[in-house]
Structures are given as structure tokens and as C-alpha cells.
Design a protein. Structure first.
Length: 286
């Protein structure tokens, strides 16, 4: 029987637990979370078999899944380096940046432990284990950033997650962080800035009885994301994110200039180009 230990049972960790329960019904799933409500929910719904502390869960596991925020994952890796783990154990994670995590994991690799980084490109502004689901991750990219695992070990991770209908993509840590800074981290940062801009602009206007339009609500939905998780993510991938901020500022300045110059044809073409890009992304997702 394969024993899985998941540390962090919030939205993503609990979704992973659901997937494994369906993929490998005979597996023994142990879980730990700082929020007892998350653990209790999964126990009550028979998604995990046992609540256990970090040390004991890690030492019993054949596969360890670190599913807390990025900085906590790095601290957990340091803790694992001081524990007597099974020699055959596979350690993986779901963190949204990879260079820093894999650098920390070198300590495990030096001890002969296998580390295979992971990152599901899906999520929600909702939090907690009760909001996790298999469907939330279905048909989304799941990055695998293999440090020192062999093909059999990588395939074991894929098998445990097969019921999630994920699109696995193997990339380097550097490539991963470049990609996600563009398609995930920058959009979140822009959404925070947009929400703060609108909020500040309305402070001196009698706008308390105005219902916000769907355009604003749709484009700022991810501003409701977990502050603890996203402050960790954005600072852990800062170099790549700063490059993307520079690129965004350049695009924004160009659009601003067309308005200053009163050039509707140029502005229209930019909107057409944006339409084409957005429609292309949607088509690829189908």
C-alpha cells in the first residue's frame, strides 16, 4: 500500500487529495494543516485517512506532497532535511515558483532523496478544503520540474494524479518561472493595482450606491485571492515579475499616448490585436 502525506490541505492540497483518492483508492492518505477545519472536513468526507503531524507523516510516507504557500514549502524542505525519511521517498510540491524551491531541495538531493517539483495552473479566489475539487484542476496545465527523479518516479506522480485529467508539461525551473510570471503573476498584480486604483478614485466621489459593472467585477475577480499565498508567490519570483511589469508599463504607455494624440484608429488596432490574442488563448483552452 502506498502512503501519501500531504502537508497543506487548503484549496489546492485538498484538490490533490481528492484526485489521489480517486486515482488510487487503496492508497493511505495522511494529512496535516495548520487550520484544523481543513483537516476535519477531509476526514469527515473520507478524503484523507488520518490527521498527523508533519514529522510523523513525512517519515511514514512513500510520497510527500508539500502544498502550503511558497515560503512555507521552502521551510518544510529544510525540516525534511533533518528527518529520517524512507530512502525511496519521492518529495513533490505545488508551489507557484520553482527556482527558489528547487534550490532549497538540493539539500534533499544531496542526501539521495528524490525531488520532483510540481505546479497546477489552476485555482480560485475561494479558500479552504471545502472549496477544493477535482474539476477545478481538470484540463489545466500541471508543470513538472524534475530535479533528480527517474522516469518511473515521474510516472508514479502522473499515475497518482491521473483522475485529475491534467495536462502535464515538463519544463526547467527557470522556464517555469518565466512562463508563470507572464501568464499568472503579472495578471494578479495588475488586478490588485486596478482594484486599488478604482477604490481610491471613488473615495472622494459620492458612489456608495453604485453597483459595479460586470466588466470591472470580471476583470478584478482574482483580486479576492488569498493574501498570504500571493504575497509569497509574487516576492518569490520577483526578478521575472519585474521584467513583466516593465513590459506592461511600456504597453500601457503606448496606449496612453494614442489617447493623448487622439488617434482612435491606432487605438482601435490595438484593441483588435488584443481581441485576437484573447480569442486565441480561449481556443487553445478548448
Amino acid at each position: 500500500m502506498t502512503t501519501i502525506f500531504i502537508n497543506g490541505l487548503g484549496l489546492i492540497g485538498s484538490s490533490i487529495a481528492r484526485i489521489i483518492r480517486k486515482s488510487a483508492p487503496d492508497a493511505r492518505i495522511l494529512g496535516n494543516d495548520i487550520n484544523q477545519k481543513n483537516t476535519n472536513f477531509l476526514l469527515e468526507n473520507q478524503i484523507i485517512d488520518e490527521s498527523i503531524n508533519f514529522e510523523n507523516g513525512s517519515q511514514q510516507a512513500d510520497v510527500i506532497i508539500l502544498a502550503s504557500p511558497v515560503n512555507s514549502i521552502i521551510e518544510d524542505i529544510k525540516k525534511l532535511g533533518n528527518l529520517e525519511l524512507k530512502s525511496s521517498v519521492i518529495v513533490t510540491d505545488v508551489g507557484s515558483s520553482k527556482v527558489n524551491i528547487l534550490q532549497a531541495a538540493n539539500r534533499l538531493v544531496d542526501k539521495g532523496i528524490t525531488f520532483i517539483g510540481g505546479h497546477p495552473m489552476a485555482g480560485s479566489h475561494l479558500t479552504g478544503s471545502e472549496n477544493g475539487s477535482i474539476e477545478m484542476l481538470a484540463n489545466h496545465t500541471y508543470f513538472l520540474v524534475n530535479n533528480n527523479g527517474d522516469d518511473q518516479q515521474v510516472n508514479l506522480i502522473k499515475e497518482l494524479l491521473k483522475s485529475g485529467n491534467l495536462r502535464f508539461k515538463e519544463v526547467s525551473a527557470d522556464k517555469h518561472d518565466q512562463i508563470v510570471s507572464t501568464i499568472s503573476h503579472l495578471p494578479h498584480l495588475i488586478t490588485y493595482a486596478l482594484s486599488l486604483t478604482v477604490s481610491d478614485s471613488l473615495k472622494n466621489v459620492y458612489a456608495t450606491d453604485i453597483s459595479m459593472g460586470n466588466g470591472l467585477l470580471d476583470s478584478t475577480r482574482i483580486a479576492k485571492s488569498n493574501p498570504d499565498v500571493w504575497s509569497d508567490i509574487l516576492t518569490s519570483n520577483s526578478d521575472n515579475l519585474l521584467e513583466q511589469i516593465d513590459a506592461f508599463e511600456k504597453q500601457l504607455a503606448a496606449l496612453k499616448q494614442t489617447i493623448i494624440d487622439k488617434k482612435p484608429d491606432e487605438l482601435r488596432q490595438s484593441i483588435v490585436d488584443a481581441n485576437d490574442a484573447r480569442n486565441g488563448w480561449e481556443n487553445k483552452a478548448k
